[in-house]
Design a protein around this ligand. Structure first.
Ligand code: SF4
Length: 349
């Protein structure tokens, strides 16, 4: 089936589409250059195409609707975008520049059905999957908005669970990575899952060098099921076994995201249990102090408590890093994304 928007098409699909009206074979490459190298946001901008072809494409393969509803810049340089889609659903995208790189955190679904108990994105429930074009459209629009700063890294850590929208996300990953697409190296693309085991197992067989990040957030089933209902379906034993298979099959390190909640996930016992899950294989832990979300009454640990927990893990031989929160003042940090935006301003942990 031919996708219904231009950004959902691979170059081969576009070539096949253009072959029918008798267009020259180089046209698809020319259009891809307009999209992915010159950041054209409409057919009108594609001045090397005939007017007739532009009109035809506009009618048959329109750009997906991503209307910029709000843009909020944090004092730390992070910028959060709120987009309106064709059916009036809303999604968010966060641009996070640092000295050496610029990361774009993108959404894969409108809303989320997984209901993690620290994440604003799941509060309104799941609305629908994004099309490949709506995923790619976030990158195209932010690239154009932030030029000349180049996007160097992509993380699927915005709203939604990427493995719950598997086909569209995989196609988007290939477009991000392809030479005629955005040409972003696979190792600079990260897929983040809350622990959908069949998705991890399927992903291991894709032959992609993309990074896998797993939201772990608790060191035992009892606490993880409380914080992340997905654990009732895919408990830790199954999850860890699928991650080990992934590391073995791809020879790639798995990153585990772990939320730091005062007196809950940062105890000595928690460090011991977490280290037990990590020992002896290719993995690392990224520690994330929890970010404020009105609906959840969790408190981040003090700096001392957070670094004591990190040292506890390191003493047990675990590689770990501490994430610096970005964009908290515009509710753009991990776990704060939601499609309802507070009037003062405008993911996953
Ligand atoms: S952390 Fe991810 S999977 Fe969990 S509710 Fe938030 S967006 Fe959904």
């Amino acid at each position: 089936m031919i996708p219904s928007d231009i950004l959902s098409l691979t170059q081969e699909e576009l070539s096949a589409f253009l072959a029918a009206p008798g267009e020259k074979s180089f046209r698809s490459l020319q259009i891809f250059e307009w999209l992915y190298k010159k950041s054209a946001l409409s057919y009108e901008a594609m001045s090397s195409l005939s007017k007739g072809l532009r009109l035809q494409l506009n009618e048959q393969l329109p750009f997906p609707v991503l209307k910029e509803l709000q843009r909020h810049a944090s004092t730390d340089g992070t910028t959060k975008f709120l987009w309106g889609l064709s059916d009036h659903e809303m999604i968010e995208t966060v641009f996070i520049p640092t000295e050496k790189r610029a990361t774009l955190c993108i959404s894969s679904q409108a809303g989320c059905k997984f209901g993690c108990q620290f994440c604003a994105s799941g509060i309104g429930g799941w609305k629908r999957n994004l099309t490949t074009g709506e995923i790619i459209g976030q990158v195209l629009r932010v690239k154009a908005a932030m030029a000349p700063v180049a996007i160097t890294h992509i993380v699927f850590m915005g709203v939604g669970e990427p493995f719950d929208n598997y086909e569209n996300v995989m196609k988007a990953v290939r477009l991000l990575n392809s030479e005629t697409g955005f040409n972003i190296a696979a190792r600079r693309i990260t897929l983040s899952t809350c622990g959908v085991v069949p998705g991890i197992e399927r992903f291991a067989k894709e032959g992609l060098q993309v990074e896998l990040s797993v939201s772990l957030h608790a060191p035992n089933d009892e606490l993880r099921s409380r914080l992340m209902p997905v654990n009732k379906k895919y408990p830790l034993k199954e999850l860890m076994s699928s991650c080990r298979i992934y590391a073995e099959e791809t020879n790639r390190q798995v990153t585990f995201e772990y939320i730091l909640i005062k007196d809950l996930t940062t105890t000595t016992k928690a460090a011991e249990e977490l280290a037990g899950l990590m020992q002896g294989w290719l993995s690392k832990v990224n520690l994330i102090p929890c970010n404020p979300v009105d609906e959840f009454a969790y408190t981040p640990p003090s700096r001392e408590e957070a670094f004591r927990f990190k040292a506890d893990l390191e003493a047990r031989g675990i590689i770990c890093t501490m994430r610096t929160p970005r964009g908290r003042d515009v509710s753009a940090a991990c776990g704060q994304l939601r499609h309802l935006v507070k009037s003062s301003s405008s993911g996953r942990a």
